[in-house]
Design a protein around this ligand. Sequence first.
Ligand code: DOR
Ligand code: ZN
Length: 343
Amino acid sequence: MKTLTITRPDDWHLHVRNGAILKTVLPHTARQFARAIIMPNLKPPVTTVSQALAYREEILNALPVGVTFTPLMTLYLTASTPISEIKKAADAEHVYAFKLYPAGATTNSDSGVADIEAIYPLLTALEEQDIPLLIHGEVPDQACDIFDRERVFIEASLSKIVNNFPNLRIVLEHVTTIEAVQFVNASGNNIAATITPQHLLYNRNAILAGGIRPHYYCLPILKRERHRLALLEAATSGNPKFFLGTDSAPHLTTLKETTCGCAGCYSAHAALELYATAFETANALDKLEGFASFFGADFYRLPRNTETVTLTRSTWTIPSTYGDPENIITPVNAGEELHWQLQ
Ligand code: DOR
Ligand code: ZN
């Protein structure tokens, strides 16, 4: 296959930050994707509709002239989110979901939820208002092995949420384990999952290949090969419960290559090409369009895009960095060759 034309995809899990980084990363996303679910874990977090609308304006203002892209805004759920804000979000034109971070689980999750059962009244409101809940599915327990935190979260918290709120639409974000795939498969159609390119392409060896490689460190952390294979099978299965969400999470190179580097892989520079590379290894390029362009829109009950994009089989080298000298970002696969390129 020399070219692959698919309906323009959407990214159902994206960090674009704000300020200078936003201006560097947004064009990469907008080149490929028509829409993206924008994560609210800014400092301070986006907890209200009015903050989300202001952030949306900042994103739209950062778009290159002539480029169209639709940011789909989310709110950061906290223990003190008022029910009235959930109702407001339900009526707001540009707000599409709430994000639940267990407190302390990941980057900028300090304002997250420490006791999930204590916020059940908020989950009742989300269920009633039919707003999707997006979950970072890891226990924040530092005593729990980092490679087990997703599985333990599913056993300890997610299964209870799903049982208690049978009509709540949930996206288990960036799944990384066989257990997550099995849980989503066994649940009703209101439970879906996003999968990142790095979790389809790499196992945990990538973080420690000949030395420490901080640009492959993200949360949930890369897992063993058998988990990667289960994710690849889910993504290429044609099951609409699994769809594209890059979790592209830019951090300045200086904040990754340091004593205590930030979690997050920057993948927006080549997201669709990375997914195509992964799907090709499974001989499943014919399944890319559903995963990238249809299933997420269907889950969020948004119209599918009508434009197309074309990938060409041609070799190019990923730059070692992006951004201006004050704001350098190192992408995942920096300096490596890719064999698919977006036209
Ligand atoms: O690796 C990650 N980075 N995982 C997350 O959940 C958050 C993200 C970020 O915001 O940097
Ligand atoms: Zn994320």
